[in-house]
Ligand binder design. Structure first.
Ligand code: ACO
Ligand SMILES: O=CC(=O)O
Ligand code: MG
Length: 572
């Protein structure tokens, strides 16, 4: 059976004939490369590597399709009033006395992890940052253009080989790796995203299998020798909703280990718990990946997005302003506590999440305040029992490292010492409790301003940006989009600032117009004209007012960044 074309949700994917059309690349039968030819990319898109990706796609496409169908069914249940919860059918897994394979020595200590897109200079800076781990991102922090994806693969190959360098001509500076570098993890895209520059048997490739397959194929041997002490490569796995999706990854890993002729359990991955349904599946996800797991991570931003998305048809569960939905909210604290308890019971890391604050160069007082917020957040994490956490910027590594060093008693992790048995009593009600707080006009304005600017950056190939002194990426932008959608859908009253107005399309139109004018003032008219702000505004406004909520903004906007060569821009 072949992959259904409805598979990628609302994105219309036109089927093209199969049969090994390379666009300059030497491709195996059934593979068609429609992205630009580049000599450097050709070193990644080798016939053997593409054959491996094609084999993964052929073996797993039906499983992925089924998993996506199950997501749709779950959505229908939630949209008809159902709530996510623990699955009675897998009680034996939650109650069973099993543990995951032992943590590999190379990654026993992960107290501070830096993340960033697979951009050349940032990879070098991140590996040199002093963090224990660098998560190189094909996901939230990357706009998945062909150029970004393929350059990202080239960069990672050079990084694993230790030969990566970058020359900043303007600053007369050459970037190279230090002797001591962070351990590399790679985050492929989620299961839902296609790669429309590569067709396999006439259908777009599954994005994450392209990211994983090409990276694994080219780097497994060098990685295990240089970085993994016999283990690896290491991965982060995003946006899963159910353990059946983790099972597919486990099978992909086994398939890759077989191909490479390495021991089962060599590849290790940390799963982000960043969807509301997945919080009820943490044991089950670890169980599926028990030979390949190195823990779970609190992907807090996508988790908030997922809360809104899951409850899109529940007007009694509206969120307050985005800035008020922090880790102090009961549902967020319960999620982090249960994740720690679950991971430590199963013998693996419980990783904390990303504080959105970044250093503020031109305002020392604001910088100090931002730093204090980050430290407070990290202190809460380590005291709760998280074994490590994420940093968005190299400037945050020393203060975060200090917080963790001061609270870990010289141990590499807290797996054995912070069992958090108290969290065993966390209930479905705790995990679903409605967040408290007000809804304001400023909240609506900020969502709009941030959403449009993020999309404008994403459309031009940048997947993470500093906006108003915070890190914004696909996950944080999603919150802005779905919150606006929800407030519009239910005509929410904005009473937090005493205005008492209801959100409707007329008000939203006015807000969009005023915020666009503000953006133009802030970025300057030249940058505004040259940028993609108008296009972004159109897409964002449509997404916020759509009668049916789009599943992902990146999926909905994906066709805008697909560029086929030599046949011109995509008509997909
Ligand atoms: C919800 C989630 O999924 S979180 C995970 C995904 N998101 C991310 O990974 C975001 C990571 N962070 C970033 O992308 C960036 O920090 C941004 C976009 C927020 C800010 O970047 P910039 O505006 O370049 O910051 P700034 O100008 O202060 O950078 C100073 C230096 O630090 C480097 N730098 C900044 N962030 C990073 C990073 N995450 N990794 C490596 N280097 C970095 C810059 O390249 C720059 O280097 P240089 O001095 O050699 O030129
Ligand atoms: O990927 C991390 C998140 O918070 O989302
Ligand atoms: Mg995320």
């Amino acid at each position: 059976m072949s992959l259904s074309l409805g598979y990628y949700g609302d994105t219309a994917m036109k089927k093209i004939p199969g049969g090994g059309v390379g666009g300059g690349y030497d491709v195996p039968n059934g593979v068609d490369i429609r992205g630009r030819y580049d000599e450097e990319f050709a070193k990644i898109l080798t016939k053997d590597a593409l054959m491996f990706v094609a084999e993964l796609q052929r073996e797993f496409r039906n499983h992925v399709r089924y998993a996506m169908e199950c997501r749709k069914e779950a959505k229908m249940r939630y949209n008809s009033g159902g709530l996510p919860g623990f699955d009675p059918a897998t009680r034996h897994v939650r109650e069973g006395d099993w543990v995951c394979a032992e943590v590999p020595p190379a990654v026993a200590d992960r107290r501070v992890e830096i993340t960033g897109p697979v951009e050349r200079k940032m990879i070098i800076n991140a590996l040199n940052s002093g963090a224990k781990v660098f998560m190189a991102d094909f996901e939230d922090a990357l706009s998945p253009t062909w150029e970004n994806l393929m350059r990202g693969q080239v960069n990672l190959k050079d990084a694993v080989n230790g030969t990566i360098s970058f020359q900043d001509k303007a600053r007369n500076r050459v970037y190279k790796l230090n002797d001591q570098t962070a351990k590399l993890f790679v985050r492929p895209r989620g299961w839902h995203l296609p790669e429309s520059h590569i067709f396999i048997d006439g259908e777009p490739a599954i994005g994450c299998l392209v990211d994983f397959g090409l990276y694994f194929y080219h780097n497994h041997a060098a990685f295990r020798k240089a970085q993994g002490q016999g283990y690896g490569p290491f991965f982060y796995l995003p946006k899963m909703e159910n353990s059946r999706e983790a099972r597919i990854w486990n099978n992909v890993f086994e398939r890759a280990e077989n191909m490479a002729g390495i021991e089962k359990g060599s590849i290790r991955a940390t799963v982000l718990i960043e969807t509301l349904p997945a919080v009820f599946q943490m044991d089950e996800i670890l169980y599926e990946l028990r030979d390949h797991s190195v823990g779970l991570n609190c992907g807090r931003w996508d988790y908030i997005f997922s809360y809104v998305k899951t409850f899109q048809a529940h007007p009694d569960r509206l969120l307050p302003d985005r800035v008020l939905v922090g880790m102090g909210q009961h549902f967020m604290r319960s999620y982090s506590d249960l994740l720690i308890r679950t991971c430590h019971r199963r013998g693996v890391h419980a990783m904390g999440g990303m504080a959105a604050q970044i250093p503020i160069r031109d305002d020392p007082a604001a910088n100090k305040a931002a730093l204090e917020l980050v430290k407070k957040d990290k202190l809460r994490e380590v005291r709760a029992g998280h074994d490590g956490t994420w940093a968005a910027h190299p400037g945050l590594i020393p203060p975060i490292m200090e917080v963790f060093n001061n609270n870990m008693d010289d141990k590499p992790n807290l797996i054995k010492t912070m069992k958090r048995e108290d969290a065993a009593n966390i209930t479905e009600e705790d995990l679903l409790q409605i967040p408290r707080g007000v809804r304001t006009m400023e909240g609506l304005r900020l969502n709009t301003r941030v959403g449009i600017q993020y999309l404008a950056a994403w459309l031009t190939g940048t997947g993470s940006v500093p906006l108003y002194n915070l890190m914004e990426d696909a996950a944080t932008a999603e919150i802005s989009r779905v919150q606006n959608w929800q407030w519009l859908k239910y005509g929410v009253e904005l009473d937090g600032d005493g205005l008492g107005v209801r959100v409707g399309t007329e008000l939203f139109g006015k807000v969009v117009e005023e915020e666009m004018a503000r953006i133009e003032r802030e970025v300057g008219s030249e940058k505004f004209k040259k940028g993609m702000y108008k296009e972004a505004c159109k897409i964002f406004s449509r997404q916020c007012t759509a009668p049916v909520l789009d599943d992902f903004l990146t999926l909905n906007a994906y066709n805008h960044i697909v560029v086929h060569h030599p046949r011109g821009p995509s008509k997909l």
